[in-house]
Design a protein around this ligand. Structure first.
Ligand code: BES
Ligand code: ZN
Ligand code: ZN
Length: 464
């Protein structure tokens, strides 16, 4: 017999529609522990007919925060059940619209990163959500599994993911998921990048022994409706280059390819679910290192688009990579371009570690992304753009400089990217905060989070 436990999700202190055998005992616990039914609350109730768990799902007022509270509750539920060696949880009280996300978050909770083939010794817990069904669960499981793959890429030590190795891992993952007939993968190596005048990514990659590359994925369904291009910053490691980062600044910089992992994950899911829009992914893979061929402060680079950029700080490298990628993206003439990048520390200073910055001059596109993020329970916040920021980037000896001053750095970076977009609706997600967590929080595991994949999938499914 599996060791079973019943859990109930509570939104507020009142108990609604709970099984009658638990009613009195839970009411007592609510009073005793002063439960408000808020995110972060969890109580293991040991008296009564059999053990049970009460967990709060009340978020702040907006829709997105409610969904985020649901994800935290799932994580806490998993941790509590596994700590007490329960093997199966039956979960009640879930709102119908949140079942998919709840299932997803329960699968997510099993994720643990280990190098190589070392086994994940986390307990597998069976769970059954009363209001859910088999097809909801199946979809959630697939989303979570691709998210876990993307998290693995981010958590993987830099020693294990040079651009070459990274590309090999992606290729075998696509094959393993039997998507190699649906997704075409193309690599541009250093030679090809030179021929294609991708001097931004080439400059950034020069200081490393491992040459840069652009990885491209194409998914084109029969009778495709629209076309979306996703662009990802894939800095395998960002040491800052000659403008070397500090110990504190550098220690998590294996996560600087999270944007690439995010868009690749979204591309894989789009193909798996056979969405109606076609999706092209461009990931710019490079290592920003201070080797003897490294690009230097003062260098002027001619980007693929023809605009020249004076490099005043080699640590503002992501935008140089993205400049070339966005130029390639536009050439595809899509209906929308979205890039994801761990682009600026300034965005983390402005919004904290949970919120990503959304930068776009296109209202319809912004609204669609915000709606998708509400469904996926990922926190994003729209940030300003415009000439106030553009001003700072005017070059003295070139078209552009790669940095502004110390104020509004996330918006300045977004305006830099905007220079490489002509007419396509475009949005930029700065995920420097939420992509990677240093240290564990309540209901929030540490390391790679898979942030953005959920919202991009939902966006791709809806966009027209
Ligand atoms: N990869 C960093 C940004 C970053 C910071 C990502 C913290 C994740 C967590 C980026 O390349 C960078 O170094 N940006 C500089 C830009 C500055 C030199 C204008 C920064 O934010 O300090
Ligand atoms: Zn940097
Ligand atoms: Zn970087």
């Amino acid at each position: 017999m599996k060791k079973n436990i019943t859990a109930w999700l509570i939104d507020g202190p009142e108990l609604k529609n709970v099984p009658k055998e638990y009613k009195a005992i839970w009411a007592k616990s609510v009073e005793e522990y002063k439960l408000k039914g808020r995110a972060g609350e969890i109580v293991l109730v040991l008296d009564g007919i059999s053990p049970s768990i009460l967990v709060g799902i009340g978020g702040d007022n907006n829709e997105c925060d409610k969904m985020r509270a649901m994800k935290e509750a799932a994580q806490l539920l998993y941790e509590t059940a596994s700590k007490h060696k329960f093997e199966r949880i039956e979960i009640g009280g879930a709102p119908k619209t949140a079942c998919g996300l709840l299932e997803e978050a329960l699968f997510d909770a099993e994720y643990k990163f280990k190098v190589g083939n070392k086994e994940n010794n986390k307990t597998k817990i069976e769970f059954k959500i009363i209001n859910s069904n088999a097809s909801i669960k199946k979809r959630a499981k697939e989303i979570s599994s691709v998210k876990s793959f993307a998290r693995t890429l981010v958590d993987m030590p830099p020693s294990h993911k040079s651009p070459n190795k990274f590309a090999a891992v992606i290729r075998s993952e696509i094959k393993k998921r039997k998507l190699d007939r649906k997704i075409k993968m193309t690599i541009w190596d250093k030679n090809k990048l030179e021929k294609e005048k991708c001097n931004g990514i080439l400059a950034v990659g020069k200081g490393s022994a491992n040459p840069p590359m652009i990885l491209r994925l194409d998914y084109v369904p029969r009778g495709a409706k629209g076309k979306i291009v996703l662009v990802g910053k894939g800095l395998i490691f960002d040491s800052g280059g000659l403008n070397l980062k500090t110990y504190e600044g550098m220690k998590t910089m294996k996560c600087d390819m999270a944007g690439a992992a995010t868009v690749i994950g979204a591309g894989i899911l789009a193909a798996y679910f056979g969405v109606k829009n076609s999706v092209t992914v461009f990931a710019g893979l490079a290592e920003n290192m201070p080797g003897n061929a490294a690009f230097k402060p003062g260098d002027v680079i001619e980007t693929r688009a023809g605009k020249t950029v004076e490099v005043l700080n080699t640590d503002a490298e992501g935008r140089l990579v993205l400049a070339d990628l966005l130029n390639l993206a536009e050439a595809e003439k899509p209906n929308a371009i979205i890039d994801a990048a761990t682009l600026t520390g300034a965005c983390v200073v402005a919004l904290g570690e949970e919120y990503a910055g959304l930068f776009s001059k296109d209202a319809k596109l912004s609204e669609s992304i915000i709606r998708a993020a509400e469904q996926s329970g990922e926190a994003i916040w729209r940030m300003p753009m415009g000439r106030d920021f553009k001003e700072k980037l005017k070059g003295d000896i070139s078209d552009l400089k790669n940095i502004g001053n110390r104020y509004g750095g996330a918006s300045t970076a977004a305006e830099f990217l905007d220079e490489f977009i002509d007419r396509t609706p475009w949005a930029h997600l700065d995920i420097a905060g939420p992509a990677f967590r240093e240290g564990k929080g309540k209901g929030r595991p540490n390391g790679a989070t898979g942030f953005g994949i959920g919202m991009l999938l939902r966006f791709i499914e809806e966009w027209q």
